[in-house]
Design a protein around this ligand. Structure first.
Ligand SMILES: C[S@@+](CC[C@H](N)C(=O)[O-])C[C@H]1O[C@@H](n2cnc3c(N)ncnc32)[C@H](O)[C@@H]1O
Length: 227
């Protein structure tokens, strides 16, 4: 296994505003950042992390605030971030690598491929999809992540009793997400979590939640349980 980026192994910070961090594209961040190719044909959740544990997904994890906070505070759970944008995914992975975080990994590539082909059915206890890209223009809306097929993929990987969390500031997209999730026979709607008061910059679930709430947007929160 390549040496971790050990400039500060005890680094506990998550400087989300640190845009100055150079993209050290040549540094091998494995196992914290892997491509779909690195992963191979299947991803075995029992051996992919330092130890087997219940698995949660962060789909479209961006620069990884949620996965950083969750994995460092909930050591009894493994967290897998899926991110199409390698630059953002590597940024998330660098923070995990610096801490040699044993229970978090980022895979760069299309999350749908991981859900469809790589993960075993029923292997996930929770899937988090925070602030999926809204694709505002009408002609681009078909690029949105939430479709019938995507919800079908969620129902494949989330185990019975497991959860799907999805939040967005985009009301019309939330209506679509709710419609798809509420009408899927394998999911039941649960009351959404209440908004937590933020007393510091770190009191947000994700970078987008922080940005949108600080800009005054209402956040729509959805929670469903796999039957
Ligand atoms: C608006 S950002 C939100 C990032 C993060 N969840 C947050 O709340 O701060 C949406 C992210 O989803 C990623 N994304 C979009 N489609 C994806 C896909 N099919 N697979 C994996 N990631 C995807 C984008 O690259 C982007 O980083």
């Amino acid at each position: 296994m390549p040496a971790p980026m050990n400039d500060s192994p005890l680094d506990t910070t998550f400087d989300d505003h640190d845009d100055s961090t150079p993209e050290r594209g040549h540094v091998d961040l494995r196992p914290w950042f892997q491509t779909l190719e690195d992963v191979g044909p299947t991803l075995d959740p029992q051996t992919f992390f330092a130890q087997p544990a219940p698995l949660e997904l962060d789909i479209g994890c961006g620069r990884g605030l949620f996965i950083f906070k969750s994995s460092t505070t909930r050591l009894d759970t493994n967290f897998l971030g899926l991110e199409l944008d390698f630059k953002e995914g590597r940024r998330a992975a660098r923070r995990l690598a610096r801490r040699e975080q044993p229970n978090a990994r980022i895979v760069g590539g299309d999350a749908r491929e991981v859900l469809l082909k790589k993960l075993p059915a029923g292997s996930v206890t929770a899937a988090h999809v925070y602030f999926p890209d809204p694709w505002w223009k009408k002609k681009h809306m078909r690029r949105r992540l939430f479709t019938d097929q995507f919800v079908e993929l969620l129902s494949r990987v989330v185990m019975p009793g497991g959860h799907v969390h999805s939040w967005t500031d985009v009301e019309d997209y939330f209506v679509v997400i709710q419609g798809l999730m509420d009408h899927h026979p394998e999911f039941e709607k649960l009351p959404p979590p209440p908004e937590q008061e933020a007393t510091s910059d770190d009191d947000y679930h994700t970078s987008f939640e922080r940005r949108k709430r600080q800009d005054g947007w209402i956040i729509h929160r959805g929670l469903w349980r796999r039957k």
